[in-house]
Write a protein that binds this ligand. Sequence first.
Ligand SMILES: [Zn+2]
Length: 146
Amino acid sequence: MTEMRRVTAIRNGTVIDHIPSGYAMQVIRILGINTDRATPVSFGRKDVLKIEDRELDQEDLDRLALISPAASIAIIRNHAVAEKMKVELADDLLNIARCSFSNCITKNNHEPLPQRMRVISRDPLEVRCYYCGCGQEIDELIENII
Ligand SMILES: [Zn+2]
């Protein structure tokens, strides 16, 4: 990981707080954030991520929930907090991530199915494929996010 830059105020964008420690870079990756615009800051037990000139939408939040179910989001406009949002991990994850099991029915290209996962437990996070029932490791889930 590149050296953390100091916390700096942003004019417009998004601040994500309460990311699990060490996961800020994964958040940057799954949300497709331009790294020039993102400033991850580690506070030991949690990471905070500042993103300039981008406001997260609901689809972003659904993805973020997988990595960071306790995250809180502030949308910044003109140096002030314009909106606060919370992520919420749904019971059903539709087309968020692919199943990691190689023999899963969703891997059959002749019969395309929507990618679907069930959230069994939030803390600790337990996610299973709706079709084959395979448990998904968090790191695999992040790797398989669509
Ligand atoms: Zn599966």
